[in-house]
Design a binder for this molecule. Structure first.
Ligand code: ATP
Ligand code: MG
Length: 283
């Protein structure tokens, strides 16, 4: 039985649970239990505060965990980063009151900086030869300058809206984070096999992200042109239609290129274009 620690509530909870759903592992989340077993995979989910996840995995109490890379780095524990999961993206930055003039990291010499990430900050300060005082605060770090607790903050930023509404400006981006799958040191052979299966499924979900399935009717004479427009995994699928001189062409495209491809395909006579979602891609 593989035990996976995930955040019980908060920003990463929903997407962590959704990820299990996407890879076909059903996890009962409705009762908000502390521990919940999957009905169709030898896995149980342990719900915790995100601060505790790195340690619980490092100690082997859970085999795996889903947590922000920022928490892993801050706790400095010995865990393996198995996969970056592509959600929960944010950065940890230094911010100062917006009226202050800023001329580089030396600005922070002699200043008091409030943060919930003292270890990551300490490392940054040491690397840049800055002598500042760290004030550890566990919540609402952004109010520290206005409250007179600190001159600056070192905190998580995603859109920057919280900084602006607290009269602060971001001056140094120090650490980039996203949700990661972590594994502890004591995995059994059985655990490793289950982890490989999870990774295989995760990869197929990742590959399919941002991909669309395109099918259309195309004049037979345009097939060669269309193949140049649609480089599929191997090559697009072409099937004859009952109507003479027409075929059906299927392919997978990046969503980012979708409208460009559609315009090009219409220009060579494509009709009845259907765009479908892609759930999984197994290369
Ligand atoms: P817990 O109660 O589990 O300790 P928390 O309040 O410490 O929760 P959340 O605010 O739920 O944590 O954030 C969890 C993680 O989400 C962060 O550690 C970070 O990796 C990520 N994250 C992404 N964007 C943001 C953001 N704008 N603010 C805070 N965290 C973010
Ligand atoms: Mg926390």
């Amino acid at each position: 039985m593989l035990r996976v620690a995930i955040q019980s509530k908060g920003r990463l909870n929903e997407e962590s649970t959704a990820l299990f759903q996407e890879i076909g592992i059903s996890v009962d989340d409705s009762k908000r239990k502390f521990l919940s077993q999957s009905a169709n995979f030898p896995l149980e989910v342990l719900y915790m505060r995100d601060d505790d996840i790195p340690q619980v995995v490092a100690s082997g109490t859970a085999s795996l965990g889903i947590v922000g890379l920022n928490e892993v780095e801050e706790k400095g524990v010995d865990v393996e980063i198995v996969e970056r999961l592509g959600f929960g993206g944010c950065r940890i930055s230094l911010a100062i009151p917006k009226a202050e003039e800023y001329d580089g990291p030396q600005y922070f010499n002699g200043k008091r900086i409030a943060t919930s990430y003292p270890n990551i900050l300490r490392k940054y300060l040491a690397e840049n030869g800055i002598d500042a005082k760290i004030e550890i605060i566990t919540g609402s770090v952004e109010i520290a300058p206005a409250a007179g607790i600190a001159d600056a903050i070192f905190d998580i930023v995603s859109s920057g809206g919280t900084l602006v509404s607290n009269g602060l400006k971001e001056v140094e981006k120090v650490f980039w984070s996203e949700a990661v799958l972590i594994a502890g040191p004591g995995l059994t052979d059985e655990d490793r096999k289950l982890l490989e299966e999870i990774q295989f499924r995760l990869d197929s979900v990742k590959v399919s992200r941002g991909k669309k399935y395109l099918l259309m009717n195309l004049p037979q004479a345009s097939v060669e042109e269309a193949v140049k427009i649609l480089p599929a995994m191997r090559s697009p699928t072409v099937m004859p239609l009952a109507a003479e001189g027409w075929c059906s062409m299927h392919s997978v495209v990046d969503e980012a290129d979708l409208w460009d491809k559609i315009r090009q395909l219409k220009a060579i006579g494509a009709e009845g274009i259907l765009v479908l979602n892609v759930d999984k891609i197994i290369p």
